[in-house]
Design a protein around this ligand. Structure first.
Ligand code: NAP
Length: 283
């Protein structure tokens, strides 16, 4: 069997077209701000991609950069300034922040009503409680891929490898919430018998950051496999899934690159549109 390839590029293009239409229909500027601190090359690439996508969607992109020597107070002052700017609808603090800066405190400083990443504790708390909220971009993008390809989650056994607050933990909550209704097992680096678990999964999501952690022998025949992992190597971007062997066993699989990555950026833009609507509704 050769698995169906789930193209994040295709789903992201459809979502970005929806976002562009919503931005065009919006009265006034829709500003998306990014805060980038330091010189991490990967962070610079991600922020540039986010800007290009925001501009392409017709948003106003506000790019705030601080040197690696910036203090906690200086970073928080920029967040305060963007919180107070009426043209800023959504804001992203690019993580990780350099050593010496308390990232949790910076994320908590973002106005929850401008939290395009869905990572503010108030918004994550709403997610836990099952209340409407902006949800973290990568898990949201994964659910959109499943929805686009009509992959049912109700009653499915979903194994999520990884428990970060950015990906694994919110995704497990979202898959187990009413509506998605999967039965979720969350695995991590201390999980015993990982391969036995992954082989039982109808839906396997791997967000470990360990290149080729999952091979064809770790996958149930016909399962859906979502590869979140992105590790930069000399031969390019490598996922957590050994694509060549998994594609022979799975029913559907996302590639790296071209799978989850494009959905993360498109979902950030969609979150910004949601924040704009939320703000209009609260006026
Ligand atoms: P993270 O904060 O490092 O978390 C990794 C998680 O995986 C941890 O919970 C860790 O367990 C678990 N883990 C690590 N090695 C494992 C192993 N051998 N077996 C089982 N579990 C293991 O990383 P993250 O931010 O969630 O990101 C994960 C990956 O996704 C990275 O490659 C990242 O670059 C990528 N990513 C991609 C996108 C995208 O848009 N495509 C977005 C975000 C992240 P412990 O908790 O026990 O340490």
């Amino acid at each position: 069997m050769t698995a169906r390839i789930l193209s994040g590029v295709e789903v992201a293009a459809a979502l970005r077209a929806e976002v562009s239409a919503a931005v065009a229909a919006h009265t006034g500027a829709m500003g998306l701000a990014t805060v980038l601190v330091g010189d991490d090359p990967a962070s610079h690439v991600y922020v540039s991609l986010k800007h290009a996508a925001a501009v392409a969607a017709g948003m106003v992109s506000i790019d705030r950069r601080l040197p690696a020597t910036a203090t906690q107070a200086e970073v928080e002052a920029v967040v305060d300034e963007l919180n107070a700017d009426p043209d800023v609808v959504g804001m992203i603090v690019q993580l990780p922040l350099p050593d010496g800066i308390d990232g949790d405190r910076v994320v908590e400083r973002v106005d929850p009503g401008k939290d395009a990443d869905g990572l503010h504790p108030l918004n994550l708390g709403r997610l836990v409680l099952g209340r409407p909220t902006v949800t973290p971009a990568t898990p949201t993008g994964i659910l959109r891929i499943l929805d686009h390809y009509h992959i049912a989650t109700v009653g499915a056994l979903a194994v999520v490898v990884g428990r970060s607050f950015l990906v694994g933990r919110p995704l497990a909550l979202m898959l187990g919430a009413r509506g998605a209704d999967a039965t979720v097992v969350q695995a991590h680096s201390r999980t015993a018998g990982l391969a036995d678990l992954t082989r039982s999964a109808d839906l396997l999501v791997v967000a470990a950051g360990t290149p080729r952690l999952i091979g064809g022998g770790d996958v149930k025949p016909g399962a859906t496999v979502i590869d979140v992992g992105t590790t930069r190597t000399e031969s390019g971007l490598v996922g957590d899934v050994d694509f060549a062997s998994v594609v022979e066993v799975a029913g559907a699989v996302t590639p790296v690159p071209g799978g989850v990555g494009p959905m993360t950026i498109a979902s950030l833009l969609a979150n910004t549109v949601s924040l704009a609507r939320q703000r209009r509704g609260s006026r």
